[in-house]
Design a protein around this ligand. Structure first.
Ligand code: TRP
Length: 339
């Protein structure tokens, strides 16, 4: 008898549908997803319910951006034949898993989650944290485990969420007395998180420091022009600092010619290299990177039905898998079965 073929390991990641994706998403996880879709069984979740946890007052935005993020996925090269793109709110099994997992997490543990702590501070919730927001890590655990994903390609800010997911996995398995769920591993890119063009913290649309994947040539030009450099580098001949210099940080993330970038950095440090030259190099690179993405996106946007078909198909596959997991968890936890 032949040994059964190793099934491909499962990958699940997602994005909140709060706005179109930007270069930070590209470096943070899209690039990994593009590579991995050939070797893994990949699911991408349009996390509209998670987006609602801090956007309950603006459901229109969340709904509209389901299609926008889907367009971004397809435009960068996510292939529906390799990756299933699915809509979170169309997967009720995930909500039910969340409900069950909620009993395996304490409020204190949720409040200690570093990602949540940062986000609560950034959003100025004070004591008025929506319960849904505080609990979204539990829902994210449901997303990940619902697909039995073992690899989660995300930015480094998401690592505490994967850790919390694995705690839930262990507790549920302990309660069930067997390995119903599998632990997952965060796959974090080496390049670290991409700063915004102003150099202040991470790239974020709400901070106004983002460069969208759908940016026009003029927007790209303008963004590079505005990038934070070394404020003490006044004359071309002055020695400069490359640390914190956004243009160099972006070259590190996008320029494949590492030697050329190292040479430019050395020259900048010594003095004798103007920001104009470095910016021109980066702009050319970003124009080349984004032009085909923008064109594909525009073509797809003219045919929204074909995109919806992709979502229907991906969501149907996701529904089958998440339902099966829910059944196993219900069984494992001994939930009443009304037959
Ligand atoms: N929290 C992720 C973000 O803000 C989005 C997300 C939702 C996610 N569910 C997920 C990421 C499951 C990875 C796995 O970008």
């Amino acid at each position: 008898m032949h040994a059964p073929l190793d099934p491909k390991p499962v990958i699940l990641t997602g994005d909140r549908t709060t706005g179109p994706l930007h270069l930070g998403h590209y470096v943070g996880s899209l690039r990994n997803r593009l590579v991995l879709q050939s070797t893994h069984r990949q699911f991408l979740l349009l996390a509209d319910l998670q987006a609602l946890t801090d956007n309950a007052h603006d459901p229109d935005k969340v709904r509209r951006n389901v299609l926008e993020v889907a367009l971004d996925y397809l435009a960068v090269g996510i292939e529906p034949t390799k990756t299933s793109i699915c809509v979170q709110s169309a997967l009720p099994a995930l909500a039910e898993l969340t409900m069950l997992y909620m009993n395996f997490v304490s409020v204190a543990r949720l409040e200690r989650n570093p990602t949540i702590k940062d986000e609560i501070r950034a959003r100025g919730f004070g004591r008025d944290i929506p319960a849904g927001f505080l609990c979204y890590p539990v829902a994210q655990a449901a997303d990940i485990t619902g697909f039995k994903a073992t690899i989660v390609p995300v930015g480094e800010d998401q690592a505490p969420l994967i850790e919390q997911t694995n705690e839930i996995v262990r507790r549920v398995n302990h309660q069930a007395g067997r390995a119903v769920l599998v632990e997952a591993e965060a796959l974090i890119p080496k390049v670290g998180r991409l700063p915004g063009i102003d150099g202040k913290g991470k790239m974020s649309k709400s901070q106004g420091n983002a460069l969208l994947l759908s940016a026009s040539p003029d927007e790209i030009k303008r963004a590079v022009h505005l990038m934070y450099t070394d404020p003490n580098h006044l004359r071309v001949s002055d020695p400069g600092t490359v640390e914190g210099h956004v243009v160099f940080t972006y070259l590190d993330a996008f320029d494949e010619d590492e030697q050329a970038v190292a040479d430019l950095k050395a020259q900048y440090r010594r003095g004798g290299l103007g920001d104009k030259v470095v910016k021109a190099r980066l702009e050319a690179l970003l124009q080349d990177l984004l032009a085909p993405i923008r064109e594909r996106r525009a073509a797809l946007a003219r045919d929204p039905d074909s995109v919806l078909d992709v979502l229907r198909d991906g969501t149907a596959k996701a529904r089958a898998i998440t339902r099966a997991t829910l059944e196993e968890v219900r069984e494992g936890l001994g939930i009443f079965r009304l037959s």
